[in-house]
Design a binder for this molecule. Structure first.
Ligand code: AMP
Length: 112
């Protein structure tokens, strides 16, 4: 089922895009939880991390490398948090895999 993120990839919905390549797209979260809060999504419609298979290994590695690059480009390369909510009870609300890239403030541990 198409999600709101598929519509952003297709440019049917607006987004504040900060990075794009042939495999992924990064855009600012509409409800930021930190001074920098970007969502990084694969263009492939994976539901969540549990939906990925061994065939997605290169894509998942690419996402991590791009996350660090985007963080650096947005000025938070020295300290940022990556978060993936996998499943509704873990906080996932959009069922298209996304990495939250958060920075610009201190973060506590454990997460809530
Ligand atoms: P999650 O709860 O992990 O599934 O994260 C979904 C995120 O998508 C939330 O942080 C929302 O604020 C964000 N979000 C939902 N709709 C949009 C949108 N149209 N543009 C940007 N971010 C969005």
């Amino acid at each position: 089922m198409a999600t709101i993120f598929d519509k952003i990839i297709a440019r049917e919905l607006p987004a504040d895009v900060v990075y794009e390549d042939e495999l992924c797209l990064a855009f600012r979260d509409i409800n930021p939880q930190a001074p920098v809060h970007v969502l990084l999504i694969p263009k492939k419609p994976l539901v969540d991390l549990a939906d990925a298979t061994a065939g997605d290994q290169a894509l998942l590695g690419h996402l991590l490398l791009v996350a660090a690059k985007v963080a650096d480009e947005l000025g938070i390369g020295g300290a940022f948090r990556l978060n993936v909510n996998n499943g509704a009870s873990a906080g996932q609300s959009v069922f298209h895999l996304h990495l939250h890239i958060l920075g610009g403030r201190a973060f506590s541990w454990p997460p809530g």
